[in-house]
Each structure stands twice: as structure tokens, then as C-alpha cells.
Design a protein around this ligand. Structure first.
Ligand code: UDP
Length: 362
């Protein structure tokens, strides 16, 4: 038997981990070496809308260890996680530690495992924005340099690692988010009632998500983005805006929400579960986002995307013409909305079986 400890803490990690857990359960029913997976939830995202709903919607077992988030700074959060994760790893001595993506939970998990010489599997390895001021970029670089098995979603990611001299243990497995988009895309069609609840017509609304610190924490950037959202919202094309807690708190603090006439065409709603989110992504005229995951899901579901950043890790979506980098200028965002995407190729992101390929590597 192989024993894995999976470390998750943030919304996109629950989605990715759900797909690997499903593949493990499926594999265990087919015989061969059993894989026992246990999960640490670091508490980075902790409430109903950002955490619990994902476990229930995606049929995941509750995590074996639930850590308490402490403090608000990166140092306090990462430091406490490191202490707690190290204690659990020491007591349990797994064969592998699995970490996902680029959050503080990813880095804390990788650091703790690395010092204890436990092999690290990094899923979504090799992504780079080449913007080192982003906390996510720092977490990715450090985690990749500590990892033993690096599961890359794209060939670009493989090349990024080679450029940093990481060649050993690097595998192009495809994107586990694509697995999730295909699998939960079908479930969402059956279960979600969000279009009816919000009274939305198909391809007659925009979907907007903003949560990156570089956008929310900078007053000029968040104000400019808010201007853009107000300008595009109309009775024919309302904007659905699920608010990340950080974004809500900044918009409230700056007194932006509800200030203008067109704000009545903006649906400010709580963060959504994954199934409702997929249905909105599939049916939006266009998605405006600074999220990594949402950019790709737009592409998977063939919905044009305007990215509210100056750069992206998911360059293939831009090359394919389905994603445009607008940054935060309202004029540029409006111009991008007028342009139509060119073509559609999913090839780079695999075949929807990334989770099985990852298991084979273990
Ligand atoms: N997501 C969701 N509900 C929301 C917003 C996002 O389920 O209200 C999902 C989205 O579909 C994607 C993931 O969360 O799968 C992306 O997470 P996020 O934008 O927080 O992080 P990032 O991908 O930028 O790391």
C-alpha cells in the first residue's frame, strides 16, 4: 500500500483534489497496489461558500486534519501551517505528499515535506507569470524547486521548468482542471438552477470574478476595474459578480458598490459552488476575470474571456484567440469585449485523464 497525504487550503485546490481522490477510489476498486489518501485542510479558505460547499458538491470525504487559520499576513499564515503540517507528517510518515498550485498552503506543505525528506508531488507544476511581485509566483517557483514529481498541465510549463534547470521528475500529464470541467460539467447541467434563480438568459450576461491581491489591494486598480464593470452593465447584458470575500471587503471599504445608476444591472452575489459557477461560465456571453482557473474554464467551455491582468500563466488560451489580456483600463476592456475569438484547440490541456496519469507516476 502507498500512503499519500494531500494538502489543500483554497477553493481551486478542493476542485483539483476532488478529481485525484475520485481517480484513487476508482483505481482501488480495480486491484493492484492500494493507495490510501488522507487530507490536511490548512484552513486558508474556511467558510461555507469558499470551502464546505466544494466538499459536499463534489462528494469528497471531510479532511482528516482541519487546521485553524491564524493571523492575516503571509508570514503568520504560512508559518503556522508549516508547524502544524510538519507535526502531522512526522507522526504519519506518508510515502508522498501531494500539493496543488500556488498558494501559501502549497508552499507550507512543500517546505514541511522537503525538510523531512518525504517525496513531494506538485500538481500544476511549471506555471510562470514572470511577475515575481505576485505571491503566487513566489510560491510556484519555490515549490517547483523542492518537488520530486512535477506534474505539468502544458508543454509550456515543461519548458518553463527546463529554463530553471528542473528536468528530473518532470511529466506533462495534462490539466486536472480539464478533468474537472468535463466531469462536473455534466453534473452541473443536471443539478444547477442558477440561470433560473438569477433570471438570466443564455448568452445574455457577463460573468465577472476578481480576487487577486494585485487588483484588490491597489485602490487605483480596483477602482478602474469597478468603472469598467459599471460601464458594461446594462439591462440587456447584466453582469453577474460573485464576490470573493477580499473583493467584497475592499469594494465596501472604498464605497464603490451601488454608487451608480447602472449598478442595478450588476448582480453582486456570494461566491458560488462549482456547479453553479460552471453553468454561468458556459452560458455567459463573455467572462471577465483575474482568476487562473476561470480563464481556463472559459476556454474549456468555449466562452470568450477577457483577463483583468497584464500577463497570464495560461498563454495557450491567449494564443488560441479565446482569451485577451486587458489589464484594468475600462477602454481596453470594452475593446476586448467587441472582438470575437478565432479558433479552439484543447490539445495542450490533455484528454481529461490527467488524474489517472498522475496516479501512474506514483
Ligand atoms: N469558482 C467557484 N465559485 C466562484 C468563483 C470561482 O466555484 O464563485 C471556481 C472556478 O470555477 C474555478 C476555481 O474556483 O474552478 C478558481 O478559483 P480562484 O479563482 O479562487 O483561484 P485561481 O484559479 O485564480 O487560483
Amino acid at each position: 500500500m502507498k500512503r499519500i497525504i494531500t494538502i489543500v487550503g483554497a477553493r481551486p485546490q478542493f476542485i483539483k483534489a476532488a478529481m485525484l481522490s475520485r481517480a484513487i477510489a476508482d483505481r482501488n476498486t480495480r486491484g493492484g497496489t492500494l493507495i490510501k489518501e488522507e487530507m490536511i485542510h490548512t484552513g486558508q479558505h474556511y467558510d461555507e461558500n469558499m470551502s464546505r460547499i466544494f466538499f459536499s458538491e463534489m462528494g469528497m470525504l471531510p479532511p482528516k486534519w482541519q487546521l485553524q487559520r491564524s493571523g492575516t499576513s503571509h508570514g503568520a499564515i504560512t508559518g503556522q501551517m508549516l508547524i502544524d503540517i510538519e507535526r502531522i507528517l512526522l507522526e504519519n510518515q506518508p510515502d508522498f505528499v501531494v500539493v496543488y498550485g500556488d498558494t501559501d498552503s502549497t508552499l507550507a506543505g512543500a517546505l514541511a515535506a522537503s525538510k523531512l525528506h518525504i517525496p513531494i508531488v506538485h500538481i500544476e507544476a511549471g506555471l510562470r507569470s514572470f511577475n515575481k511581485t505576485m505571491p503566487e509566483e513566489q510560491n510556484r517557483i519555490l515549490t517547483d524547486h523542492l518537488s520530486d514529481i512535477l506534474c505539468c498541465p502544458t508543454q509550456t510549463a515543461v519548458r518553463n521548468l527546463a529554463a530553471e534547470n528542473i528536468r528530473h521528475g518532470v511529466h506533462h500529464v495534462g490539466d486536472i482542471m480539464y478533468d474537472a470541467a468535463l466531469f462536473f460539467g455534466q453534473v452541473a447541467e443536471r443539478k444547477s438552477t442558477i440561470l433560473r434563480t438569477l433570471n438570466l438568459g443564455k448568452k445574455a450576461f457577463y460573468l465577472c470574478t476578481i480576487h487577486r491581491a494585485e487588483n484588490t489591494d491597489d485602490t487605483q486598480r480596483i477602482s478602474s476595474l469597478y468603472d469598467a464593470v459599471e460601464q458594461i452593465a446594462s439591462p440587456e447584458h447584466p453582469v453577474v459578480f460573485p464576490l470573493h470575500p477580499r473583493t467584497r471587503s475592499r469594494l465596501e471599504k472604498l464605497g464603490l458598490m451601488g454608487r451608480g445608476d447602472s449598478d442595478r444591472y450588476i448582480h453582486f452575489i456570494e461566491p458560488l459552488g462549482f456547479l453553479d459557477m460552471i453553468v454561468l461560465e458556459k452560458n455567459a456571453t463573455c467572462i471577465l476575470t483575474d482568476s487562473g482557473g476561470v480563464q481556463k474554464e472559459a476556454y474549456f467551455h468555449r466562452t470568450p474571456c477577457v483577463t483583468l491582468r497584464a500577463e497570464t500563466e495560461w498563454v495557450e488560451t491567449v494564443t488560441a484567440g479565446w482569451n485577451q489580456l486587458a489589464d484594468v483600463s475600462p477602454e481596453r476592456i470594452a475593446e476586448c469585449l467587441r472582438r470575437q475569438p478565432a479558433r479552439h484547440e484543447i490539445g495542450e490541456y490533455g484528454d481529461g485523464h490527467a488524474a489517472e496519469k498522475i496516479l501512474r507516476l506514483l
